[in-house]
Ligand binder design. Structure first.
Ligand code: ZN
Length: 176
């Protein structure tokens, strides 16, 4: 179990090596996928395949990794979870955000858990190591993340609790 997770961490760190997060300190990108896996682990999820997929979840979207690379280095299940949570970067950002909302109910259980933890990690970062965004942009992100999360087919109680606590601390959103 540890071997798989450490292998995923080693591979993801190398693939994301030239990327940084958007916070003021420009943190190494790899801290984000590690945070996603850690959120799952802290919520009691201990399936090594799900944790490895969490660590790898942005490799196809943001690096040169292909689904075949993940199939060969890891296995079909990990590759398919990562494919499920990968946005099509040939589309405009607004369309990609709409598609996340549309696709959310159709995700597998494992992919839904990774998506859930990914949103928790992003909200945590916006609150605790914020990117240089206006309050309106932050509020819009919180609202969109909620739209995605409530449509996920897995409403894991501990993840939901953590998500709701972050939403409560979030920028004030004027409800339309
Ligand atoms: Zn992510």
């Amino acid at each position: 179990m540890y071997e798989l997770i450490l292998k995923a961490a080693d591979y993801a760190a190398r693939q994301h090596r030239d990327q940084r997060r958007k916070d003021a300190e420009a943190s190494p990108y790899i801290n984000h996928p590690i945070a996603v896996a850690r959120i799952l682990s802290e919520a009691g999820i201990d399936d090594p395949v799900v944790l490895a997929a969490a660590i790898l979840h942005d490799t196809i979207e943001d690096t040169t990794t292909t689904p075949d690379d993940l199939r060969q280095r890891f296995d079909d299940r990990i590759a398919s979870i990562v494919v499920e949570v990968t946005d099509d970067k040939s589309l405009e950002k607004a369309r990609r955000k709409e598609l996340q909302v549309e696709h959310a109910p159709h995700l597998s259980e494992a992919a839904a858990l990774v998506k859930f933890a990914d949103k928790i990690a992003n909200l945590t970062d916006i609150l605790e190591s914020p990117p240089p965004w206006t309050p309106e942009r932050k509020a819009a992100y919180f609202a969109w993340a909620r739209t995605v999360v409530v449509r996920l087919p897995v409403q894991h109680a501990r993840l939901r609790e953590r998500f709701d606590a972050l939403q409560a601390r979030g920028p004030a959103v004027s409800t339309p």
